[in-house]
Design a protein around this ligand. Structure first.
Ligand SMILES: C[S@@+](CC[C@H](N)C(=O)[O-])C[C@H]1O[C@@H](n2cnc3c(N)ncnc32)[C@H](O)[C@@H]1O
Length: 225
């Protein structure tokens, strides 16, 4: 049956997912309406906020190599490309349909936002890159029904020694699913520096989800995972 005859997908559907395959199936259906029906309608400001936090950490004119973890349709990358026009941005996601939309996104310069887009299940060890990136950034992907702390540790291997991670984690998901102990263990094992945390709004005022919060963890990668 065509998707437009079905009930629109909402946040409850996304939060109720249980496996990477569930995610692949949901985002296959959601990709074409995600930007307008989810992001714009719900005043989803998280990508812009996290891009701004990331941009403050680097020289605006540098060719910083960034990987957008769970890039979806490319909203984070698009915001980043406006703040860091010389930045080289790659993206990774489990959903080929979301990646296809991301591949259509353009910079102000009309160049594509993303240089390379990788299809991968980040619940599994990473094979598409090793110690390649200066920064890994993520919004909306470490949340209920999506990725947990093991995936966060998996993606450290994509970042070069001395590079950084700027990762947003839904605050309830953070508390319920062991992110604190995973980050503490990585710190104790000298894989990462002690994280700093910034609490941010996921949605703007006027959104039905206003006051849903995320923690943005920022840290250095000290040795390959
Ligand atoms: C809520 S969307 C966020 C997309 C984008 N970062 C944004 O802020 O709009 C979550 C994304 O995580 C991706 N995802 C879910 N599980 C995944 C997995 N196991 N591996 C890689 N990506 C995954 C989904 O396909 C989806 O594009």
């Amino acid at each position: 049956m065509p998707d437009h005859h079905e009930t629109p997908i909402n946040l409850d559907d996304a939060y109720a997912l249980e496996t990477p395959e569930d995610n692949r199936i949901l985002y296959r259906k959601w990709a074409s309406t995600y930007d307008a029906d989810f992001a714009q309608r719900n005043k989803y400001v998280y990508p812009k906020t996290i891009a701004a936090i990331c941009a403050e950490l680097v020289d605006t004119d540098s060719t910083t190599k960034i990987i957008d973890i769970g890039c979806g349709t490319g909203i984070v990358g698009t915001c980043l490309s406006e703040l860091l026009p010389a930045g080289i941005i790659d993206g990774v996601d489990i959903s080929p349909e979301m990646l296809l939309i991301a591949s259509t996104k353009s910079r102000v310069s009309t160049e594509p936002v993303y240089r390379n887009l990788f299809e991968a299940d980040l619940a599994q060890p990473v094979t598409f890159a090793r110690a390649t990136y200066d920064i890994a950034i993520s919004a909306g992907t470490f949340t209920h029904g999506h990725l947990g702390p093991n995936a966060l540790i998996n993606v450290l291997s994509t970042i070069r020694h001395g590079g950084r991670m700027v990762v947003g984690i839904n605050i309830e998901h953070f508390s319920a699913n062991g992110f604190n102990s995973a980050l503490q263990m990585a710190t104790d094992n000298h894989l990462i520096s002690t994280p700093t945390f910034t609490e941010v709004q996921i949605y703007d005022e006027g959104s039905p989800h206003y006051r849903d919060l995320a923690l943005v963890a920022t840290f250095l990668v000290l040795s390959p995972a």
